[in-house]
Structure formats: C-alpha cells, structure tokens
Write a protein that binds this ligand. Structure first.
Ligand code: DI6
Ligand code: FE
Length: 399
C-alpha cells in the first residue's frame, strides 16, 4: 500500500502507554488522513517530508474552552485588581451574566469573527482539536447560536471541534430566584432541541452555579438524549460534584481544586478524567491546589486545558498551561504532555481517534523545533512550533 505522505528523519513522541515521552527516531506515514505506518523504516509514499530530526508529538488537544463568547471582561479584571472577588462580582450581576448579555446581542457571524483570533492562537501552537462550550446564551436560541458558531469555526479552520452544551452555566436574570424553573427549561426545552449541535453536556456545580440535585436533573436529561456528560466541579467549594459526575460515568470532572479523597476514589472507579485548569487557578489567585498526589496515587488520568473564557482564564496558550501545571501544580513533564494529548482525548471520549501516534488514528501532528520534550513545558511565552498537520495535511505555522 502506498501512503499519501511520509515524514522521515523525525523523533516521535507517541504518547502511548508503554513509552509516552521517550522520543524514538523514525518515520510516520498517512493515508486518507489517518496514520498507516509508524516505525524505524520508511514506506512507499507519494510525498516525503524530511523533518530534519525534529520532534513530533500528537497534535495538541484543548479539551475545555469557552472560546465562543462576545466581548471581554477587562473592566471586571480591573475591579478584581482593586480587591473585589470573582464571587462578589458574579453576585452583583457581573461575571458570566455580563458576557451573556453581549453574547445574546451578537449574531452567529459576529461570534465566529470574535472567536477566530483566539482559535488561531491555539492552532498556531499546534492544537488540532478543541472543545468549545455554550453557556453564555442561557436561552434556547442563544445557546444554539453559540453551538452553531462553534461548529462553523471547525469548518473555517483545519481543526476538529468538539462541542459541549453548558446551558446550566449560570442563572439568566429572567429566571432570578427560580433556578429550578430554569433547570426545567434546560432539560425540557433546550436539551431536546439541540438536534446534533452538541457532542456532550456540562454544568457548573457550585454555590454561584447549580446544586448537585439540579445537576442530576440535567444529567438525566442528557442521558435521555444519549449524550455523555462532564462537570465543572469543586472549583470554589466542595459540593461533591465529582462523585456525582462519576456516578453518571462522566467523561471528565474539571477544575477540582476542592476535590476530596472520596471524590478521587469515585473518579478512579468510573474512569472519569480529572481536567485541571491552571490558567483559572492562576488568574483567580486560587491558593488551594487540586489534590494531585491523591489523583496520581489513585491512577486517575489527568488532562490539562486552557478553560479559555473571559472571566477566569482569558488565555489561549496550551504551552503556557503546561508550564503553569508544572510550576504551580508540580506536575512532571510527562504528565503535562499526557494532559494535552492522550488524557485530553479521553476527556472528550475521543481516545479511539486522537491523542497518540498510533496506526489507525487521525494523522494530527505537531512538529517542534526543540531538542527535548521538556523544552515544550519549560519555556514561557515562546512558540517552538515548526509545522502542524491536521488529518494528514500540513498546515504552515500561523502567526
Ligand atoms: N467556571 C469557570 O471558571 C468559568 N465557568 C465556570 O463555570 C468562568 C466563566 C466566566 O466567568 O465567564
Ligand atoms: Fe470552564
């Protein structure tokens, strides 16, 4: 069989379980967008690209973002610099609800236009898959508009977009004091009307979000639609959301600074990925560390993501996320790289398609100008991407 493209003279970081971060000299080949060969020898191919000894990793995966939204919250950032807390701002009608107002007013095309620079920043650092949540529309039409914009981004750029419905992100003002009625609307009006626009369902389980009982109702409705679930859990307090998510076989529980041992054990038993978001930890000046040692000891897979959003993590760099995870959370280089490849794929339920360099998976590659894997984690604010390949097609580095 003849391959379409063969990359030679590379050092391959397969991220497979046996030797995740020991680079092996070799070649990799694609046909019809998928990896058809990987190993020391070359195979026959229509086109050959010499990688000059460069390091190749799987294309990076940002498994938790709120990339689609209108406006920004720089003014709120300034208030926080003067001492206001994230929760105080949210309770005073700022926060998520202020982004909701601007997002409702924006057209689908405007949402796409505003998200594109953020998406291009991720792509420019080797991201080939990005998860994008709704959650700033908070009414049926606006939530669908956000998800359509997310799908459109995947058509306008060479990137795979996984969409997540986050209707239970915040209480919209028209439902003030009636959170259960809003959850009725999420379950009965919004979720059944998604019509394939969402690949998963998420919720914000928190004092300023929704209670565990309300989240359960959303998860039951997701189950009725045959959609997998994820949860923003234990970010600001411990409501035991991770254990709840695990009971529903959630793909991931995310944030987790306030996670306890019982939650860790529940996640380990259900195979739920722990998605850590060091950008939000940093930007909100959180001081409680997620229980990394306990997650490690229990064998819970750890993913890392930007949480790119205007309120708690206005960041668009997975490379910086890795550096923060290493510096702030003391994660190892191997853990950081697994967090943005194999474990991020698992957090999206896409382990069969992406996240490692293996025959049969999509040929999504990042080719780096670095000598050692550790360099990808070590630098701050420097982009060593040489080239990026999506579905077997090379895309030149974008600014
Ligand atoms: N937790 C977060 O960190 C983001 N959403 C959530 O549930 C914040 C979203 C925002 O402030 O706009
Ligand atoms: Fe988030």
């Amino acid at each position: 069989m003849r391959a379409d493209t063969l990359w030679t003279n590379a050092r391959l970081l397969t991220m497979t379980p046996c030797r995740p971060v020991s680079a092996e000299r070799g070649t990799i080949a694609a046909r019809d967008g998928h990896i058809v060969h990987i190993g020391p020898d070359a195979v026959d191919a229509a086109r050959t690209i010499d990688c000059g000894g460069r390091l190749i990793t799987p294309g990076l995966i940002d498994c938790h973002t709120h990339l689609v939204h209108a406006g920004n919250r720089a003014a709120e950032f300034e208030l926080r610099l003067k001492g206001a807390s994230y929760e105080e701002i949210a309770r005073a009608g700022g926060g998520i609800v202020s982004t909701m107002r601007q997002t409702r007013e924006a057209s689908e095309a405007e949402l796409v236009e505003q998200a594109l620079p953020r998406l291009d920043a991720l792509i420019g650092e080797g991201v080939t898959t990005v998860e994008i949540k709704s959650g700033y529309g908070l009414d049926p039409g606006s939530e669908r508009k956000m998800l359509r914009a997310a799908r459109a981004l995947g058509e306008q750029r060479p990137v795979r977009v996984a969409t997540t419905f986050l209707g239970a992100h915040a209480l919209p003002p028209e439902f003030a004091g009636r959170a259960d009625a809003y959850i009725d609307a999420v379950c009965d009006d919004m979720l059944p009307a998604l019509g394939g626009l969402a690949d998963a369902v998420d919720a914000f389980c928190e004092g300023i979000g929704f209670s565990p009982a309300q989240v359960e109702r959303v998860f039951d409705a997701a189950r009725n639609q045959g959609l997998p679930v994820k949860l923003h859990a234990e970010q600001l307090s411990n409501l035991h959301g991770a254990a709840l998510a695990a009971r529903y076989g959630a793909l991931s529980a995310d944030h987790l600074e306030h996670l306890d041992e019982v939650g860790v054990a529940a996640m380990a038993a259900s195979g739920t990925v722990a998605t850590l978001l060091p950008g939000a930890y940093y930007f909100t000046r959180e001081t409680k560390l997620p229980p990394i040692d306990a997650l490690r000891a229990a064998g819970v897979p750890i993913a890392l993501a930007t949480d790119s959003n205007p309120g708690t993590s206005p960041m668009t760099s997975l490379l910086l996320v890795m550096n923060m995870a290493a510096t702030l959370f003391r994660m190892t280089v191997e853990e950081c790289l697994l967090g943005v490849t194999r474990n991020a794929a698992a957090a999206l339920g896409l382990s069969g398609e992406i996240g490692t360099l293996e025959i049969g998976k999509a040929c999504d590659l990042a080719i780096w100008n670095v000598s050692e894997p550790a360099e990808l984690v070590y630098r701050i604010g420097f982009n060593p991407l040489h080239a990026r390949v999506f579905g077997g097609e090379a895309t030149v580095r974008q600014a």
